[in-house]
Design a protein around this ligand. Structure first.
Ligand code: ZN
Length: 316
């Protein structure tokens, strides 16, 4: 029983036919026609039609960044695409001969990890996608948590520092401002300015014109003391955030995806340490595992496809 997953990113649309084991049997990729909603819809329809040809797929799951309504039909708001209250499901179902669901991209990636990746052995999992910003996904009692209006699990906007740094969401002190790739670059820049252990970062900043993910990532992999100090700061904030999340969700596992998760154990170590330090009822609260995501690039399409198939099966 195959299903089609489509992941609409800011720069590319990825699509795949996925089997019941989460294995990709066919895939496709095109640039996102950014700024042209009609061209975007046409591109998605063309991709679904091409992927569906000869594969007997039963449903389509479309993942996109943004707020999706609880019935998985309407995109209230998308940060990268000019969608406002867009009835995307209805529009697609009018043009393709399969049921369609729309899902938030971080939720789709989290579901893929839960079903086929790092979370396959647990019932309760919390995933943080640490890219430019921070995305979140929650699986509670084997079910993807969406919230009453469909806009839940926005874990990047949990408040960590009252009156802290301003956030793109309009509030202050959100986890995203202290635990994202952008925050890591800020911390690395401050360490580079300070001399001492920051000399390696300062040299890379001069060579590359700025501190970016590649430059800082290479230094982390080489155990540069300044880059590791920045990562430790970042991990400290993320660990604090996870301690608060554990008070609400009590997951067996925290999974980290996104570009910064490539740091692996070097990220997990300071996260674990800060988590234990800030955990309510420390010493009496069972401690979850911390892991790096396993499905890196394909998580969005695999998760969207699987959610669509599960939805069709439940509907009967
Ligand atoms: Zn925010």
């Amino acid at each position: 029983m195959h299903a089609i997953g489509i992941d609409i990113g800011g720069t590319k649309i990825a699509g795949a036919v996925v089997d019941t084991f989460g294995t990709i049997v066919r895939q496709s990729r095109v640039p996102t026609p950014a700024g042209d909603v009609t061209a975007l819809e046409d591109a998605v329809v063309a991709m679904i039609t091409e992927l569906a040809d000869g594969t007997e797929s039963v449903a389509v799951g479309v993942a996109a960044a943004g707020f999706i309504d609880a019935s998985q039909s309407v995109v209230y708001y998308a940060p990268n695409i000019d969608w406002r209250n867009e009835p995307f499901r209805e529009k697609l179902e009018a043009r393709v001969s399969m049921p369609v669901i729309i899902e938030n991209d971080a939720n789709a990636a989290g579901w893929a990890e839960f079903r086929f990746g790092a979370g396959r052995l647990v019932s309760d999992m919390c995933m943080l996608t640490i890219g430019t910003g921070v995305g979140g996904a929650i699986v509670a009692s084997d079910t993807l948590f969406r919230g009453g209006f469909g806009a839940g699990a926005e874990l990047g906007h949990v408040r960590l520092v009252p009156g802290g740094l301003p956030c793109g969401c309009g509030q202050r002190g959100c986890l995203e401002q202290y635990g994202s790739g952008r925050a890591l670059m800020r911390m690395a820049g401050e360490i580079a300015d300070g001399g001492g252990i920051g000399l390696g970062l300062a040299r890379v900043r001069e060579e590359r014109g700025k501190l970016d993910g590649r430059g800082v990532g290479d230094l982390i992999a080489a155990d540069d003391p300044g880059a590791l100090a920045a990562l430790k700061q970042l991990g400290g904030w993320i660990g604090q955030g996870c301690a608060s999340l554990a008070a609400v969700l009590d997951p067996q596992l925290f999974v980290f995806g996104g570009g910064v998760a490539a740091a692996g154990e070097r990220l997990l170590e300071p996260v674990r340490r800060a988590f234990v330090e800030h955990l309510p009822a420390q010493g009496y609260h069972p401690e979850p595992e911390f892991a790096i995501a396993e499905l890196v690039n394909d998580a969005g399409v695999v998760g969207a496809a699987d959610l669509a198939r599960v939805w069709v099966q439940r509907r009967g």
